[in-house]
Write a protein that binds this ligand. Structure first.
Ligand code: TXA
Ligand code: MG
Length: 341
């Protein structure tokens, strides 16, 4: 199958493919999604095949706004309405109870709930409008690989497997949306993203987080969180403190193979880089680091010869929670230990 690349002004042609049951990747402000008509079970099943995704992992339903949600979900609670008003369109996905048989099991994984997302990308809102149906929208990567923040990443993973990609340049946020479960007694963050607990609480009161403590034996509430994720072939080591970089570069220099380094500009500028180190800048702050994290992991994988990747850690707070959640998964919780260097 030829994978066509569409410009933002070509969404009509892309929507025609979606209406015909084909798969088209779409841009969002977080990461690129893999779209299919959420009301077409055969089309939705192809999404799992294209991604190599386990079929018990439910999909996000991507909508133009609250009115589209109301066609499938139970009547919206006051909290749901307040959140949509405050954060939609934007990087907040809401888990809501469904009307009976509103969406196929291929979308929900058999759950009575679904995840609804209204992305802040006008091209994609136009695309859904033109398709006339909500789109399932998992991240458009091969399962287990870093989520795509550029159309090129999608093409790399899915070329020949999907009908098209709508290219709208780099995704701005770079980490996937916050997932908030509104079906729990207390609204619970299942996956941290750019919309933080501190953003949510003024709007709906108390919010819980369950993503800090996903242990090996625990069954994660967002089914996708249990799978290995974002992992390049080389081992990723988290460098927790800026003061650990002296030791980290010394350790890198002592290895007889190449080491990748992903760090902020000030860290890179403050050190003489050993000749076996290949640097990838995370920019100037946490926000640019989140924007570049997945692209950096892809940069070192798998064509690159590096055998280890030292990556800068941040405090597990606010956007830092989203960043560290992804980085911990890609590193398998492995941290650089400066006392071993
Ligand atoms: O930013 C994003 O959310 C991106 C863009 C493309 O919209 N999409 C995305 O989708 O990250 P995906 O499929 O890669 O991640 C969705 C997560 C999975 O971990 C899945 O298990 C969880 O949402 N999920 C979906 N439906 C759920 C439900 N009913 N209850 C709990 N978790 C659910
Ligand atoms: Mg994903």
């Amino acid at each position: 199958m030829e994978t066509k690349i569409f410009k933002p002004n070509q969404v009509e042609a892309a929507a025609a493919l979606l209406r015909a049951g084909q798969l088209v990747s779409f841009p969002t402000e977080t990461v690129y999604g893999l779209g299919a008509d959420a009301t077409n079970e055969a089309a939705v099943k192809q999404v799992y095949a294209a991604k190599g995704r386990p079929s018990d992992n439910p999909l996000i339903v991507t909508v133009t706004g609250p009115a589209m949600v109301e066609q499938y979900a139970q009547p919206l609670s006051t909290k749901a309405q307040a959140l949509m008003k405050a954060f939609w369109p934007g990087s907040l996905t809401l888990i809501l109870n469904l009307q009976p048989n509103a969406l196929s099991q291929a979308v929900t994984g058999g759950l009575k709930t679904a995840a609804f997302r209204n992305p802040a990308n006008q091209t994609t809102l136009n695309l859904i409008q033109a398709a006339g149906v909500p789109l399932v929208g998992p991240s458009a990567n091969t399962s287990g690989k870093p989520s795509p923040t550029l159309a090129e990443h999608v093409y790399h993973d899915l070329k020949g497997k999907i009908a098209g990609i709508v290219d709208d340049g780099p995704a701005q946020v770079g980490v996937e949306s916050t997932i908030l479960d509104l079906t729990a007694d207390v609204p619970t963050i299942l996956r941290p993203g750019a919309v933080t607990e501190a953003d949510l609480e003024p709007v709906i009161g108390q919010v819980r987080s369950n993503h800090h403590k996903v242990g090996k034996t625990e069954v994660p509430k967002a089914p996708g969180m249990k799978y290995k994720h974002y992992a390049p072939d080389a081992q990723v080591y988290i460098v927790d403190h800026e003061t650990d970089w002296d030791a980290a570069f010394k350790w890198a220099q002592a290895q007889d193979y190449s080491i990748g380094v992903m760090a902020l500009d000030n860290v890179l500028a403050a050190h003489q880089l050993p000749t076996n180190v290949e640097a990838y800048s995370l920019g100037q702050d946490l926000s640019s680091a989140s924007h570049r994290l997945f692209a950096g992991l892809r940069h070192f994988d798998p064509e690159s010869s590096v055998k280890g990747i030292l990556t800068q850690g941040f405090a597990d707070d606010g956007l830092g929670s989203a960043y560290m959640n992804r980085l911990n998964k890609s590193a398998g919780q492995v941290h650089f230990d400066p006392t071993q260097a």
